[in-house]
Design a protein around this ligand. Sequence first.
Ligand SMILES: Cc1cc2nc3c(=O)[nH]c(=O)nc-3n(C[C@H](O)[C@H](O)[C@H](O)COP(=O)(O)OP(=O)(O)OC[C@H]3O[C@@H](n4cnc5c(N)ncnc54)[C@H](O)[C@@H]3O)c2cc1C
Length: 441
Amino acid sequence: MNTAAVDPEAVNPEAVQPVAVITGASSGIGAATALKLADAGYRVVLTARRTEKLAEVADRIAKDGGQADTHQLDVTDRSAVEAFGAALGRCDVLVANAGGAIGGDSVAASSPDDWLAMYEVNVLGTLHITQVLLPKLIASGAGTIVLMSSTAGLTSYEGGGGYVAAEISHIFGSFGTAVTIIERGDHLLGRHDADIAERFTELYRKRFDVRLNAAVQQVSRAGPGVRLDLTTPTGPESAEGEVLLVAAGRQPNSDRLDVAAAGIEVDAHGHVRTDGTRQTTTPGIWALGDLANHFQLKHMANAEARVVWHNIAHPDKPRSAVFPVVPAAVFADPQVASAGATERELRALGRPYLAATHPYSKAAYGWALEDTTSFVKVLADPGTRLLLGAHIIGPQASTLIQPLVQAMCLGSTVDQMGRGVLYIHPALTEVLEQALLKLGG
Ligand SMILES: Cc1cc2nc3c(=O)[nH]c(=O)nc-3n(C[C@H](O)[C@H](O)[C@H](O)COP(=O)(O)OP(=O)(O)OC[C@H]3O[C@@H](n4cnc5c(N)ncnc54)[C@H](O)[C@@H]3O)c2cc1C
């Protein structure tokens, strides 16, 4: 096994055969990817921190008629990565696979050092190898980078299909953890517009074990992990895993703070009551954030904090915290963003509305992304032509929604929004323009 420089003959830049570098190639997904790439005609350069198993992978590739070189490489060691890069002639594909670096059998059993090690391998190591090999990937004309990382063998269970469960599932799922989501409703993100919730659920079912209409009856220990007994419309089910995350909603802790002792009133949900200036029922005491509002959003807490700072400093000129539209996003994959009413809410209110839905794929940027699942949905008042609701599922949804939030807050009509401004081509915002134009007028 070659543990020093890469053989320049083997991977010389003039060679017609493309070269793929795979880190963490001794086992698991790294080895499997190496076999596939060798099969596809690449000369594969297999690297790993520990080299014992690399030869086995190289032998399997050789037996199938492929070509593989093996190299000891610790990707967290920047100088070693630079030496490796300097000796490597060409690179067409980089598969930056970190592999599971966490110690112990489960997340719960892991120490801060385990997490630090995982960070060093998954983040720093990936950064080093990508930075060092980037010039070669660019030089090859059509370089491809595949970033992978995993916390091998972890299984997480989520209780609840709201945004916290969606985001945490995405994080663990991206590490390679098998995730089961248990939701008592018939969709994930059930409070969102029904079209969005339906699409999100459909996409999450492809990624995770999603149990809908499932109620947890009992949680018990099962070996080192947990077992959940569920009731579902089709009969009892169970789910087992190493870690259970209960993401079934949050409550203000006004009871534990015993705010009543200071004469501060709370509402039926335990949120501290405040007036428009965010002063509580006890003069001189202010409340903001999750303790005092129902939205439980960081940007709401930030905005309220600015109002409270002002009001404490300028009691003679108090400001009110008035936020007519409260946008929110789910930072999962796919991303989801929403502002204003859902179609269900408008129907329940008996309020007339116009609706238009437009797929990313019909706009140039979405087409270039080869996107087939993302869309923008806008709801407008047929009389005033003001936006009543905006809902987006897809890449950059949380950024894309912002002009619609501006329009809703500042009173622009859908016609002013759709026809009165130019949308840069081929930016993703063109999908907003096209959705707004679909509302006619
Ligand atoms: C998993 C998760 C993901 C989220 N993602 C988003 C997101 O993407 N976007 C978004 O807008 N919002 C998000 N939120 C919500 C956001 O975190 C909150 O809305 C925001 O942090 C509220 O700010 P806050 O100051 O009211 O409360 P917090 O940020 O919770 O701060 C309260 C602080 O008070 C401390 N504290 C509590 N009790 C006591 C006590 N008795 N004595 C002393 N200290 C005490 C707590 O330890 C904490 O530090 C998320 C929340 C969670 C749980």
